[in-house]
Design a protein around this ligand. Structure first.
Ligand code: NDP
Length: 316
């Protein structure tokens, strides 16, 4: 028979939500085991400087912050394993999880912290200039472009919000909209339209991000078949996020975009003992600090659940 790992609290994912859940669960004596996923450290490992996480007056670089969170989780006894959860079976208790297609874990509780991934256009130049002018988070990186000219691509609430945020910092924000209208709510559109330094480019697609060893210096766009070059130092993607919930499809309730639905005011999913924290259950805020906050909630919810389960067993 294959070796089965038995754990009280299994945490899937290694962003701020996963590590915060681990810190709390470990300090509660629950010996959590955390599987990192394919991108250990999560989205913050592709950010430069994090300046909006409370407690770092001088900011901290994203990858360093994740190393520190991992150390803090390990200090209290979290076992951090590199591995990708490839399948789950929540039909029975204990809950079953398969790692790297081969290893089976039996868990008394599971905290899902698999996060979300920003969508990109798919241009090779997005990779070339990642962290050198290309960003998928204006709130994280916008400050580095103050006094500069930038572009935002997208036409939903995120694009509207990000471009108005950037308009307070940058000289000009070029909003690249692929159709002749925006999908964003009317009130957000109004804000965009009334900002004097946001220039909307309707019916426009981004063909290429241009730059040199110093980073991005322009984008090449096409409007109604006509090519044009816009000089910018920053290029912000705001075309949506995709929650990393593929393996939970059909097992947990999700909204139409695939974000896991939790009982409001908690991290409980529809399966007993399974909790969802961080961006995987949050399509609105998506900040490191809010992810960490719900990570804490997840650990407290799991602790309460396990205590109730234990009391139930003691009485049976
Ligand atoms: P959305 O899915 O709502 O919008 C994505 C936008 O990106 C669309 O306008 C779409 O264009 C555009 N787009 C997609 N792919 C491409 C592409 N390849 N090239 C160019 N443009 C592209 O995502 P959001 O992140 O904006 O919003 C997600 C959810 O979060 C929404 O429900 C939103 O209301 C919510 N939200 C709420 C906020 C708030 O209330 N403060 C803030 C931010 C988000 P097209 O319209 O042509 O399809």
């Amino acid at each position: 028979m294959k070796n089965v790992e038995k754990v009280k609290v299994l945490i899937i994912g290694s962003g701020p939500a996963g590590y915060t859940a681990a810190i709390y669960a470990a300090r509660a004596g629950l010996s959590p085991v955390l599987y990192t996923g394919a991108q250990p450290g999560g989205q913050l490992t592709i950010t430069n400087e994090v300046e909006n996480f409370p407690g770092y007056p001088d900011g901290i670089n994203g990858p360093q912050m994740m190393i520190d969170l991992q150390k803090q989780a390990e200090r209290f006894g979290t076992k951090v394993n590199f591995g990708l959860v490839t399948a789950v079976d929540f039909s029975d208790y204990p809950l079953k999880v398969t790692v790297d297609e081969t290893h089976t874990v039996e868990a008394e509780s599971v905290i899902i912290a698999t996060g979300a991934t920003a969508k990109y256009l798919g241009l090779p130049s997005e990779q070339t200039y990642a962290n050198k002018g290309v960003s998928a988070c204006a709130v994280c990186d916008g400050y580095f472009y103050r006094g500069k000219e930038v572009a935002v691509v997208g036409a939903g609430d995120s694009a509207a919000e990000e471009s108005t945020y950037l308009a307070n910092l940058c000289t000009t924000v070029h909003l690249i909209v692929r159709r002749s209208e925006m999908r964003a709510s009317k009130i957000m559109q109004k804000r965009v339209l009334s900002a004097p330094n946001i220039k909307i480019h309707w019916n426009t697609e981004t063909e290429e991000i241009l730059g040199d060893e110093n980073g991005v210096n322009a984008i090449r766009v096409v409007t109604d078949g006509v090519q044009n070059t816009i000089p910018v130092q920053g290029f912000f993607l705001a075309i949506g996020h995709k929650p990393n919930t593929e393996i939970f499809k059909g097992l947990l309730d999700m909204d139409e975009a695939g974000y896991i639905k939790v009982v409001p005011g908690s991290t409980k999913t529809k399966v007993e003992g399974v909790f969802a924290v961080g961006d995987v259950a949050d399509r609105v805020y998506r900040q490191a600090v809010t992810a960490a906050g719900t990570g804490c909630m997840g650990a407290l919810d799991a602790e309460k659940f396990l205590a109730a389960k234990e009391a139930e067993l003691a009485h049976s």
